[in-house]
Design a protein. Structure first.
Length: 189
């Protein structure tokens, strides 16, 4: 697989869109591995991320301050459409170069963040709704490297929780989830 952010996003989005389409209305109030979010709030957050990171790909600022309500009408299909736009935005010439938006971070790091959001929150939502989720190994490898470097800053910013201890023989995705502060063995109540 290519290590271009747009290609990684395509793979992550494909798996996460499948999970989003599988969420039923009666599951929207279910808890998730992110204790501050139920399924509705996490899906809405992820929708906001997908939209805002399109702007960041184009080197524009994004507004994460006010979260509009995205889960109305045919929101599952709108989410799928927005992921297509996200992939296209990160596939545009220059998207991975320079710095991105007010974050002042290298564009590739910002791109890796949205790949990670799709993969990790895709897992969160799958776990919360009893769906299968198997991330692509190449995607997990890239995220493992990026998130290991990003983790201290992400914790300071409140984006990652404290790391969760895992067994020495934990798989790469379990280790990645643990770095973000998630219990890889979380199960819905």
């Amino acid at each position: 697989m290519s290590d271009k952010i747009s290609k990684l996003l395509e793979v992550a989005a494909d798996r996460t869109v499948t999970v989003i389409r599988g969420i039923t209305d009666d599951q929207l109030t279910a808890p998730t591995p992110c204790s501050e979010y139920d399924v509705h709030a996490l899906a809405d957050h992820l929708f906001q991320v997908v939209v805002n990171f399109q702007a960041l790909a184009a080197k524009r600022d994004a507004d994460f301050g006010v979260a509009p309500e995205h889960l109305e009408g045919e929101w599952r299909e709108r989410f799928a459409d927005e992921t297509v736009r996200l992939v296209a935005a990160w596939g545009a010439p220059g998207a991975e170069e320079g710095t991105s938006g007010a974050m002042g971070l290298p564009a590739r790091t910002v791109g890796a963040m949205v790949v990670g959001d799709l993969a990790v929150h895709g897992w969160d939502l799958a776990r919360a709704t009893g769906q299968p989720y198997e991330p692509d190994p190449a995607l997990v490898e890239m995220l493992g490297e990026e998130f290991a470097a990003l983790a201290p800053t992400a914790r300071e910013m409140g984006m990652f929780g404290e790391p969760v201890p895992v067994a020495e023989d934990a798989g790469p995705f379990e280790a990645l989830l643990a770095v973000t502060g998630r219990d890889p063995h979380w199960s819905r109540p």
